[in-house]
Design a protein. Sequence first.
Length: 227
Amino acid sequence: MTQISLNGIVIICGNYGSGKTETAVNLAFNRKKTGLDVAIADLDLVNPYFRTREAREALRDCGINVVLPDAKYMQADLPILAREVSGAIRNPPDLLILDAGGDDVGVTVLAALGDAFAGRKITMIQVINPFRPFTDSVKGCLKIMEEIEYTSKLKITGLVSNSNLMELTSIDDIYRGYELIQEVSMQSGREFKFITADVKFLPLLDMSRFEVPVLPIQRRLLPPWKK
């Protein structure tokens, strides 16, 4: 399996329900295993259910630095930025993952970090779940891309296919999602970085069908109704 080679400052964005936070968390674990110094910052100030902070103990146990707001603001849905976030951007480890909020509303916070981003190479990745209502077509994916770029004042440089129907996900779903994001990549000129697949599917996938790496996903975040 081809290794994902991301490093530097990597922003993970996408629409609501795309699975971007699960992708960000698993990417952190994946790259840490290669020996990189990894940090992940939770900038999702919109969605109260799926947040990087929910996996903070497991991340820290693995030696991954988790950048969060002060404890008194942990459950706040306000645009509160820890000073540590801009500090981490100015002095990043080998890999700094910024988990942004969903849709264009969720990435508003990125525009506020413009000064910290100035002059730095940023990899901004749009996670796409082709089974969500607004990203089930190339046109929809491109519209979400345009909205996120406009609000964040940053350009999306890479794409990830996260074909996910929760417990109903099938092997064919992963193949179909891959094909859709291939088309989005061709039409947008953005690089197709990798796809995701639940670890249970890895032995069943025909890896020869993919021209990009596969990020194994171990589910670490649960909605409240499953806790």
